[in-house]
Design a protein around this ligand. Structure first.
Ligand code: GUN
Length: 296
């Protein structure tokens, strides 16, 4: 069994980004600048945003976190987005999801300049992804592709089952794995809450990708021997032995499933760190396109 080590691979990717930033800065350019907009006090969102800011600093990016109250009016948030769109000193920005229920997240995402949309969530960028055009690939699916590529997992003609149809992970990874490229050329089945007998489908899969947030969902009897399991779920479960009072677990019954597979991602240390590295990669891409566009 091979552990798909996202921690190690993300460090390699970040080293590459850091070298590239170093070269740009030495040649007189300013640092790439990523802004994260955080609304409210959702504990997981705060953790993610601070991890993103820390990662920016580690590779030599400038990073700014704009923290707004959960009570912010939608129009005020749209003003924040429009200022970031206009700000020449910002290469890319993200609005951390989920947003409070009174804010229409779709409207907010649609207000982001697609060229600064390093999450790849704007409909223009989603459309480009579907058509196989150059765009920002959303960070989590991008991280999964890079893990598959790095570990040279064959995908052409394979059966991929994705569990979860979110806009952030399930839908885009389904599209990417079926495109005519490597990693891809797979036959993809996208399962969701209305799918009948998910286990019957995952048992036929060469690669299972779970993105549900349901601890222990993928049990050993639901997979084929020798398959590849990629676990995108991250849930907090109470653990009094930890200082924080919780530990992170994925969607996979890891200890049992690891005995049966050829490759598996751990949680933590699998897809999670890859997501952050790929967000930085998208920001570098935005920075380079921005510099090319303004001739700097
Ligand atoms: N919430 C959970 N994952 C993400 C992500 O990748 N980007 C944003 N903006 N919000 C998220």
């Amino acid at each position: 069994m091979v552990l798909l080590d996202g921690k190690e691979l993300s460090q390699q990717i970040c080293q590459g980004i850091s070298r590239s930033v170093g070269n740009s800065v030495r040649s007189g350019k300013r640092k790439p600048h990523l802004v994260a907009v955080l609304v409210g006090g959702n504990a997981a969102s705060r953790t993610y945003v601070s991890a993103k800011a820390k990662a920016c600093e580690a590779v030599g990016f400038r990073s700014t976190v704009i923290h707004k109250s959960a009570a912010i009016a939608e129009e005020e948030l749209l003003c924040v987005v429009s200022e970031l769109n206009r700000d020449e000193g910002v290469d890319g920005f993200i609005v951390q999801l989920p947003l409070p229920a009174h804010v229409d997240a779709t409207r907010v995402i649609q207000a982001i300049d697609p060229q600064k949309d390093v999450d790849g969530f704007h409909p223009t960028n989603v459309g480009k992804l579907v058509l196989g055009l150059d765009t920002f690939i959303p960070a989590t699916p991008y991280g999964i592709l890079e893990l598959i590529r790095h570990y040279e997992i064959p995908t052409a003609g394979s059966r991929v089952v994705v569990v979860g149809r979110s806009d952030i992970v399930g839908k885009p990874i389904g599209i990417l794995m079926s495109r005519k490229a490597y990693p891809g050329n797979a036959t993809v089945t996208l399962c969701h809450s209305q799918t009948r007998n998910v286990g019957e489908l995952t048992r036929q899969a060469d690669i299972v990708i779970t993105a549900l947030g349901v601890p222990g969902f993928l049990t050993a009897d639901r997979i084929k021997a020798g398959s590849v399991v990629i676990d995108v779920g991250i849930s907090r479960v109470a653990d009094p032995s930890k200082k924080s009072g919780y530990r992170l677990v994925g969607d996979v019954d890891f200890e049992a499933v690891r005995q049966k597979v050829s490759h598996i991602t751990p949680v933590p240390g699998g897809v999670g760190p890859m997501t952050i590295a790929m967000l930085l990669k998208n920001t570098l891409q935005a920075y380079e396109s921005h510099a090319a566009a303004v001739g700097k």
